[in-house]
Design a protein around this ligand. Structure first.
Ligand SMILES: Nc1ncnc2c1ncn2[C@@H]1O[C@H](COP(=O)(O)OP(=O)(O)O)[C@@H](O)[C@H]1O
Ligand SMILES: Cc1ncc(C[n+]2csc(CCOP(=O)(O)OP(=O)(O)O)c2C)c(N)n1
Ligand SMILES: [Mg+2]
Ligand SMILES: [Mg+2]
Ligand SMILES: [Mg+2]
Length: 309
Protein backbone atom coordinates (compact mmCIF):
# COMPACT_ATOMS: atom_id res chain seq x y z
CA UNK A 1 0.00 0.00 0.00
CA UNK A 2 1.41 3.46 -0.87
CA UNK A 3 2.17 5.68 2.10
CA UNK A 4 -0.75 7.83 3.14
CA UNK A 5 1.31 10.90 4.00
CA UNK A 6 0.32 13.72 6.34
CA UNK A 7 -3.06 14.57 4.82
CA UNK A 8 -3.94 10.99 3.93
CA UNK A 9 -3.50 10.00 7.58
CA UNK A 10 -5.61 12.89 8.79
CA UNK A 11 -8.43 11.99 6.39
CA UNK A 12 -8.25 8.27 6.95
CA UNK A 13 -7.51 7.95 10.66
CA UNK A 14 -8.34 11.21 12.39
CA UNK A 15 -11.33 12.74 10.56
CA UNK A 16 -13.59 9.82 11.66
CA UNK A 17 -12.67 10.66 15.27
CA UNK A 18 -13.96 14.19 14.70
CA UNK A 19 -17.21 13.19 13.01
CA UNK A 20 -20.36 14.42 14.79
CA UNK A 21 -18.48 17.34 16.36
CA UNK A 22 -19.73 20.26 14.23
CA UNK A 23 -16.99 22.68 15.36
CA UNK A 24 -14.27 20.31 14.12
CA UNK A 25 -15.39 20.89 10.49
CA UNK A 26 -14.21 17.41 9.55
CA UNK A 27 -10.60 18.45 10.24
CA UNK A 28 -10.57 20.45 6.98
CA UNK A 29 -10.09 24.01 8.23
CA UNK A 30 -7.38 26.09 9.91
CA UNK A 31 -9.04 26.07 13.31
CA UNK A 32 -12.03 24.70 15.18
CA UNK A 33 -14.80 26.19 17.29
CA UNK A 34 -16.15 25.04 20.64
CA UNK A 35 -19.66 25.86 21.75
CA UNK A 36 -19.97 26.42 25.47
CA UNK A 37 -23.49 26.14 26.85
CA UNK A 38 -24.84 29.22 28.64
CA UNK A 39 -23.82 29.21 32.31
CA UNK A 40 -20.76 26.99 31.75
CA UNK A 41 -17.09 27.61 31.12
CA UNK A 42 -14.34 25.55 29.52
CA UNK A 43 -11.72 23.88 31.68
CA UNK A 44 -8.58 23.33 29.59
CA UNK A 45 -5.60 21.10 30.37
CA UNK A 46 -2.56 20.00 28.35
CA UNK A 47 -0.19 17.11 29.02
CA UNK A 48 2.38 15.49 26.75
CA UNK A 49 3.83 11.97 26.64
CA UNK A 50 7.39 11.59 25.37
CA UNK A 51 9.06 8.29 24.48
CA UNK A 52 11.61 7.20 27.12
CA UNK A 53 10.40 9.97 29.45
CA UNK A 54 6.77 8.94 29.99
CA UNK A 55 6.61 5.57 28.28
CA UNK A 56 8.81 2.76 27.03
CA UNK A 57 9.68 2.26 23.37
CA UNK A 58 8.09 -1.19 23.63
CA UNK A 59 4.68 0.21 24.69
CA UNK A 60 1.95 -0.35 22.10
CA UNK A 61 0.27 2.47 20.16
CA UNK A 62 -3.23 1.55 21.40
CA UNK A 63 -2.02 1.80 25.01
CA UNK A 64 -0.30 5.12 24.34
CA UNK A 65 -3.52 6.55 22.92
CA UNK A 66 -5.46 5.48 26.00
CA UNK A 67 -2.74 6.80 28.32
CA UNK A 68 -2.50 10.15 26.53
CA UNK A 69 -6.19 10.81 27.04
CA UNK A 70 -6.16 9.33 30.56
CA UNK A 71 -3.42 11.62 31.91
CA UNK A 72 -5.35 14.64 30.65
CA UNK A 73 -8.78 13.39 31.74
CA UNK A 74 -7.31 12.85 35.21
CA UNK A 75 -6.46 16.56 35.47
CA UNK A 76 -9.99 17.44 34.33
CA UNK A 77 -11.55 15.11 36.92
CA UNK A 78 -9.45 16.75 39.65
CA UNK A 79 -10.94 20.08 38.63
CA UNK A 80 -14.50 18.77 38.74
CA UNK A 81 -14.97 19.12 34.98
CA UNK A 82 -16.95 16.85 32.66
CA UNK A 83 -14.97 15.97 29.48
CA UNK A 84 -16.05 17.45 26.15
CA UNK A 85 -13.40 17.32 23.41
CA UNK A 86 -9.66 17.38 22.77
CA UNK A 87 -6.98 18.46 20.35
CA UNK A 88 -3.97 16.34 19.52
CA UNK A 89 -0.35 16.99 18.53
CA UNK A 90 1.68 14.13 17.09
CA UNK A 91 5.42 14.42 16.53
CA UNK A 92 6.47 11.14 14.96
CA UNK A 93 9.68 9.57 13.67
CA UNK A 94 9.56 7.64 10.39
CA UNK A 95 9.33 4.22 12.09
CA UNK A 96 5.94 5.23 13.51
CA UNK A 97 4.38 4.93 10.06
CA UNK A 98 0.83 4.45 8.75
CA UNK A 99 0.37 1.12 10.52
CA UNK A 100 1.44 2.64 13.84
CA UNK A 101 -0.80 5.68 13.34
CA UNK A 102 -3.76 3.46 12.42
CA UNK A 103 -3.37 1.50 15.65
CA UNK A 104 -2.93 4.70 17.66
CA UNK A 105 -6.11 6.17 16.12
CA UNK A 106 -7.97 2.94 16.84
CA UNK A 107 -6.96 3.29 20.48
CA UNK A 108 -8.15 6.89 20.51
CA UNK A 109 -11.51 5.81 19.09
CA UNK A 110 -12.02 3.28 21.87
CA UNK A 111 -11.15 5.82 24.55
CA UNK A 112 -13.38 8.45 22.95
CA UNK A 113 -16.34 6.11 23.13
CA UNK A 114 -15.50 5.20 26.70
CA UNK A 115 -15.28 8.80 27.94
CA UNK A 116 -17.75 10.46 25.59
CA UNK A 117 -15.31 12.87 23.96
CA UNK A 118 -14.51 13.80 20.34
CA UNK A 119 -11.43 14.99 18.49
CA UNK A 120 -11.50 18.71 17.72
CA UNK A 121 -8.28 19.17 15.74
CA UNK A 122 -4.55 19.13 16.17
CA UNK A 123 -1.23 19.12 14.37
CA UNK A 124 1.08 16.51 12.85
CA UNK A 125 4.83 16.85 12.42
CA UNK A 126 7.61 14.49 11.45
CA UNK A 127 10.80 14.34 13.51
CA UNK A 128 14.01 12.37 13.89
CA UNK A 129 13.48 12.57 17.67
CA UNK A 130 11.41 10.46 20.05
CA UNK A 131 7.69 9.84 19.67
CA UNK A 132 6.02 12.86 21.27
CA UNK A 133 2.29 12.96 21.86
CA UNK A 134 0.35 15.85 23.35
CA UNK A 135 -3.31 16.45 23.99
CA UNK A 136 -5.28 19.43 25.15
CA UNK A 137 -8.48 18.18 26.72
CA UNK A 138 -11.41 20.50 27.31
CA UNK A 139 -14.23 20.00 29.78
CA UNK A 140 -17.16 21.91 31.22
CA UNK A 141 -18.00 23.25 34.64
CA UNK A 142 -20.76 25.64 35.68
CA UNK A 143 -19.16 29.09 35.55
CA UNK A 144 -16.87 29.74 38.52
CA UNK A 145 -17.05 26.19 39.84
CA UNK A 146 -13.68 24.72 38.81
CA UNK A 147 -12.15 23.10 41.90
CA UNK A 148 -8.73 24.51 42.69
CA UNK A 149 -5.56 23.22 44.35
CA UNK A 150 -6.23 26.08 46.73
CA UNK A 151 -9.20 25.84 49.09
CA UNK A 152 -8.35 23.01 51.49
CA UNK A 153 -9.64 23.90 54.96
CA UNK A 154 -8.26 23.09 58.39
CA UNK A 155 -10.26 20.09 59.63
CA UNK A 156 -10.71 18.57 56.15
CA UNK A 157 -9.86 14.94 55.54
CA UNK A 158 -7.49 13.98 52.72
CA UNK A 159 -8.77 11.24 50.44
CA UNK A 160 -7.26 9.36 47.50
CA UNK A 161 -8.99 7.41 44.77
CA UNK A 162 -7.87 3.95 43.67
CA UNK A 163 -4.48 2.65 44.77
CA UNK A 164 -1.10 4.37 44.90
CA UNK A 165 2.27 3.19 43.63
CA UNK A 166 1.27 0.51 41.11
CA UNK A 167 2.79 2.19 38.05
CA UNK A 168 5.93 3.29 39.90
CA UNK A 169 6.47 -0.28 41.09
CA UNK A 170 5.99 -1.57 37.55
CA UNK A 171 8.66 0.83 36.36
CA UNK A 172 11.00 -0.28 39.17
CA UNK A 173 10.53 -3.87 37.99
CA UNK A 174 11.06 -2.92 34.34
CA UNK A 175 14.32 -1.19 35.27
CA UNK A 176 15.66 -4.20 37.12
CA UNK A 177 14.58 -7.46 35.62
CA UNK A 178 12.11 -6.80 32.87
CA UNK A 179 9.82 -9.23 34.75
CA UNK A 180 6.80 -7.15 35.66
CA UNK A 181 3.63 -8.17 37.45
CA UNK A 182 0.83 -8.02 34.82
CA UNK A 183 -1.50 -5.94 37.00
CA UNK A 184 1.21 -3.40 37.86
CA UNK A 185 2.21 -3.25 34.19
CA UNK A 186 -1.38 -2.55 33.16
CA UNK A 187 -1.52 0.30 35.69
CA UNK A 188 1.62 1.81 34.09
CA UNK A 189 0.40 1.36 30.54
CA UNK A 190 -3.26 2.18 31.03
CA UNK A 191 -4.00 4.37 34.03
CA UNK A 192 -7.70 4.83 34.79
CA UNK A 193 -8.74 8.49 35.05
CA UNK A 194 -11.36 8.96 37.78
CA UNK A 195 -13.78 10.76 35.50
CA UNK A 196 -16.73 9.46 37.53
CA UNK A 197 -15.57 11.48 40.55
CA UNK A 198 -15.75 14.84 38.73
CA UNK A 199 -19.34 15.55 39.76
CA UNK A 200 -18.69 14.80 43.42
CA UNK A 201 -15.49 16.86 43.38
CA UNK A 202 -17.34 19.82 41.86
CA UNK A 203 -20.16 19.66 44.42
CA UNK A 204 -18.26 18.81 47.63
CA UNK A 205 -14.45 19.05 47.42
CA UNK A 206 -12.68 22.06 48.93
CA UNK A 207 -9.53 21.37 46.89
CA UNK A 208 -8.20 18.62 44.64
CA UNK A 209 -5.16 17.67 42.59
CA UNK A 210 -4.33 14.90 40.17
CA UNK A 211 -1.47 12.69 41.41
CA UNK A 212 1.01 12.53 38.53
CA UNK A 213 4.40 13.50 39.99
CA UNK A 214 4.06 11.45 43.20
CA UNK A 215 1.74 11.42 46.21
CA UNK A 216 4.23 13.30 48.42
CA UNK A 217 4.99 15.99 45.82
CA UNK A 218 1.41 16.53 44.72
CA UNK A 219 0.27 16.70 48.35
CA UNK A 220 2.87 19.46 48.85
CA UNK A 221 1.48 21.32 45.83
CA UNK A 222 -2.00 21.21 47.34
CA UNK A 223 -0.77 22.29 50.79
CA UNK A 224 1.18 25.22 49.38
CA UNK A 225 -1.66 26.41 47.18
CA UNK A 226 -4.12 26.16 50.10
CA UNK A 227 -1.81 27.71 52.74
CA UNK A 228 -2.35 24.77 55.07
CA UNK A 229 -0.39 21.78 56.35
CA UNK A 230 -1.24 18.33 55.04
CA UNK A 231 -0.40 15.14 56.89
CA UNK A 232 -0.72 11.69 55.37
CA UNK A 233 -0.36 8.46 57.36
CA UNK A 234 1.72 6.06 55.27
CA UNK A 235 -0.14 3.08 56.74
CA UNK A 236 -3.44 4.42 55.34
CA UNK A 237 -2.19 4.80 51.74
CA UNK A 238 -4.22 2.27 49.72
CA UNK A 239 -2.21 -0.40 47.93
CA UNK A 240 -3.29 -2.97 45.40
CA UNK A 241 -2.76 -6.58 46.39
CA UNK A 242 0.26 -7.05 44.07
CA UNK A 243 1.80 -3.78 45.29
CA UNK A 244 1.33 -4.80 48.94
CA UNK A 245 2.92 -8.20 48.26
CA UNK A 246 5.91 -6.63 46.51
CA UNK A 247 6.35 -4.11 49.30
CA UNK A 248 6.20 -6.83 51.95
CA UNK A 249 9.06 -8.64 50.24
CA UNK A 250 11.02 -5.42 49.64
CA UNK A 251 10.21 -2.67 52.14
CA UNK A 252 12.72 -0.27 50.52
CA UNK A 253 10.30 0.11 47.60
CA UNK A 254 8.04 2.19 49.90
CA UNK A 255 9.71 5.37 48.65
CA UNK A 256 8.79 4.54 45.07
CA UNK A 257 5.17 4.10 46.11
CA UNK A 258 5.01 7.42 47.96
CA UNK A 259 7.09 9.48 45.52
CA UNK A 260 7.24 7.56 42.25
CA UNK A 261 4.27 9.14 40.48
CA UNK A 262 2.34 8.00 37.40
CA UNK A 263 -0.67 7.27 39.62
CA UNK A 264 -3.29 9.41 37.86
CA UNK A 265 -5.44 9.14 40.95
CA UNK A 266 -7.06 12.09 42.74
CA UNK A 267 -6.07 13.63 46.08
CA UNK A 268 -9.09 15.41 47.51
CA UNK A 269 -9.51 17.67 50.55
CA UNK A 270 -13.08 17.57 51.79
CA UNK A 271 -15.22 17.58 54.92
CA UNK A 272 -16.69 14.18 53.99
CA UNK A 273 -15.48 11.07 52.18
CA UNK A 274 -15.84 11.03 48.39
CA UNK A 275 -17.43 7.75 47.22
CA UNK A 276 -15.00 4.91 46.66
CA UNK A 277 -11.98 6.75 48.08
CA UNK A 278 -9.70 6.09 51.06
CA UNK A 279 -9.04 8.55 53.86
CA UNK A 280 -5.24 8.94 54.06
CA UNK A 281 -4.75 12.01 56.22
CA UNK A 282 -5.85 15.43 57.35
CA UNK A 283 -5.53 19.14 56.80
CA UNK A 284 -4.23 21.11 59.79
CA UNK A 285 -3.00 24.64 60.40
CA UNK A 286 0.57 25.34 59.32
CA UNK A 287 2.48 24.74 56.12
CA UNK A 288 4.06 21.95 54.12
CA UNK A 289 3.15 18.32 53.64
CA UNK A 290 4.45 15.28 55.47
CA UNK A 291 3.94 11.56 55.21
CA UNK A 292 4.11 10.00 58.68
CA UNK A 293 5.19 6.48 59.59
CA UNK A 294 3.22 4.35 62.04
CA UNK A 295 4.98 6.06 64.98
CA UNK A 296 3.88 9.46 63.65
CA UNK A 297 7.41 10.37 62.54
CA UNK A 298 7.78 12.19 59.17
CA UNK A 299 9.27 10.00 56.45
CA UNK A 300 12.18 11.50 54.53
CA UNK A 301 11.97 10.44 50.90
CA UNK A 302 14.97 10.46 48.57
CA UNK A 303 12.58 11.97 46.02
CA UNK A 304 9.08 13.25 46.77
CA UNK A 305 8.14 13.30 43.11
CA UNK A 306 9.10 13.66 39.50
CA UNK A 307 10.30 16.98 38.12
CA UNK A 308 11.40 17.82 34.58
CA UNK A 309 14.75 19.62 34.41
N1 LIG B 1 5.15 25.16 28.84
C1 LIG B 1 4.18 25.68 29.60
N2 LIG B 1 3.58 26.82 29.22
C2 LIG B 1 2.59 27.35 29.97
N3 LIG B 1 2.14 26.82 31.09
C3 LIG B 1 2.70 25.68 31.53
C4 LIG B 1 3.74 25.04 30.80
N4 LIG B 1 4.08 23.92 31.47
C5 LIG B 1 3.27 23.85 32.55
N5 LIG B 1 2.44 24.91 32.60
C6 LIG B 1 1.46 25.22 33.65
O1 LIG B 1 2.05 25.03 34.92
C7 LIG B 1 1.12 24.47 35.86
C8 LIG B 1 1.64 23.18 36.44
O2 LIG B 1 1.84 22.25 35.41
P1 LIG B 1 1.89 20.69 35.67
O3 LIG B 1 2.76 20.40 36.82
O4 LIG B 1 2.22 20.04 34.38
O5 LIG B 1 0.38 20.38 36.07
P2 LIG B 1 -0.37 19.00 36.12
O6 LIG B 1 0.41 18.14 37.10
O7 LIG B 1 -1.72 19.37 36.62
O8 LIG B 1 -0.39 18.43 34.74
C9 LIG B 1 -0.20 24.33 35.11
O9 LIG B 1 -0.97 25.50 35.36
C10 LIG B 1 0.24 24.32 33.64
O10 LIG B 1 -0.76 24.83 32.79
C1 LIG C 1 10.15 5.38 30.75
C2 LIG C 1 9.65 6.13 31.95
N1 LIG C 1 10.51 6.65 32.82
C3 LIG C 1 10.06 7.35 33.87
C4 LIG C 1 8.72 7.52 34.09
C5 LIG C 1 8.23 8.25 35.30
N2 LIG C 1 7.71 9.56 35.04
C6 LIG C 1 8.01 10.26 33.93
S1 LIG C 1 7.27 11.75 33.91
C7 LIG C 1 6.52 11.48 35.40
C8 LIG C 1 5.65 12.51 36.07
C9 LIG C 1 4.35 12.72 35.35
O1 LIG C 1 4.57 13.32 34.10
P1 LIG C 1 4.44 14.89 33.92
O2 LIG C 1 4.87 15.24 32.54
O3 LIG C 1 5.15 15.62 35.03
O4 LIG C 1 2.87 15.04 34.05
P2 LIG C 1 2.05 16.20 34.76
O5 LIG C 1 2.59 16.32 36.17
O6 LIG C 1 2.32 17.42 33.96
O7 LIG C 1 0.66 15.73 34.70
C10 LIG C 1 6.86 10.23 35.88
C11 LIG C 1 6.39 9.69 37.18
C12 LIG C 1 7.85 6.97 33.15
N3 LIG C 1 6.51 7.13 33.25
N4 LIG C 1 8.31 6.25 32.10
MG1 LIG D 1 0.96 18.93 33.23
MG1 LIG E 1 -1.19 16.36 34.52
MG1 LIG F 1 4.47 16.80 36.55
Amino acid sequence: MPKLGEFGRIERFFAPLAADLPGAYGLTDDAATVQVPHGYELVVTTDALVERVHFLSTDQPEDLAAKLLAVNLSDLAAKGADPLCYSLVLSLPAHAGDYWVGRFAHGLGESQRNWGIKLLGGDSVSTDGPITLAATVMGLVPTGRMVRRAGAQVGDGLYVSGTIGDAALALAQFERTGEVHPYLRSRYRRPTPRVELAGWVRDHAHAAIDISDGLAADCSHLARASNVRCEIDAALVPLSEPAAALLASEPALRDRVLGGGDDYELLIAAAQAPPGTTRVGRVIAGEGAEILDSAGVPITLARTGWTHG
